[in-house]
Design a protein around this ligand. Structure first.
Ligand SMILES: [Zn+2]
Length: 218
């Protein structure tokens, strides 16, 4: 089964993607991890990726797609969960063409939906330990002693980007960029909106319900 996961910043997409892929026994391909793996592989494609990454340029879509196809071939027939690609309709079209040719089309696109207010609450309440990078939350994951890391006693900090202003601006950018993409997949009848508001377990269970329906419908 080949899936794509979409979700706004702060929706816990990365965590869900890892769990979902594990549960389904498919490869989780986050675009960043995939490029780093390709680079480390020492292949000609990896050398090209390294050039773009080192010059700070965006890796072109065709290279990204080639890297995805390589992973598909390397991972047996189980499938992939793409996370972080595609981001634009043009990328989605190129991906569809390439996967179609490979006989492995996208089966479903999972879109995590979380109300803006809930994301703002999640992120503004976040506190991190500058020493061990542990993440706490003032409401949902309080340290044993207020303002202090459980592991090492370091004073917790509120990251400068964890403000409502920064988050709302990131969410607006995400919506602007993602709406055409979700419309594209909705038009193909493969978009599945999933309520992403709730605990990690609750959201994971909802995602698994959708993927069960997808695999049952084949
Ligand atoms: Zn710490």
């Amino acid at each position: 089964m080949n899936l794509i996961i979409l979700g706004p910043p702060g929706a816990g997409k990365g965590t869900q993607a890892v769990r979902l892929a594990e549960g389904l026994g498919i490869q989780h391909l986050s675009s960043g991890d995939m490029l780093r793996a390709e680079r480390a592989s020492g292949t000609p494609l990896g050398a090209k990726v390294a050039e773009y990454m080192d010059s700070g340029a965006l890796v072109p879509d065709e290279i990204m797609i080639e890297a995805i196809l390589n992973r598909l071939e390397g991972g047996g027939d189980t499938g992939v969960l793409l996370d972080g690609f595609p981001r634009t309709v043009a990328q989605a079209e190129s991906l569809d063409e390439a996967l179609g040719k490979a006989g492995r089309p996208v089966d479903g696109v999972l879109e995590l939906k979380v109300p803006r207010g809930a994301i703002v609450q999640r992120i503004t309440g976040r506190r991190v330990c500058p020493k061990c990078n542990s993440v706490y939350h003032m409401e949902f994951r309080r340290p044993r002693q207020e303002g202090v890391c459980d592991n090492d006693g370091e004073a917790l900090i509120h990251r400068p980007d964890d403000t409502e202003e920064v988050i709302v601006s990131r969410l607006k950018n995400y919506e602007k960029q993602t709406t055409p993409l979700t419309e594209y997949y909705a038009g193909k009848g493969i978009l599945h909106a999933v309520d992403g508001d709730g605990s990690v377990d609750e959201v994971c269970a909802r995602l698994e319900r959708v993927t069960r329906q997808l695999s049952g419908g084949r």
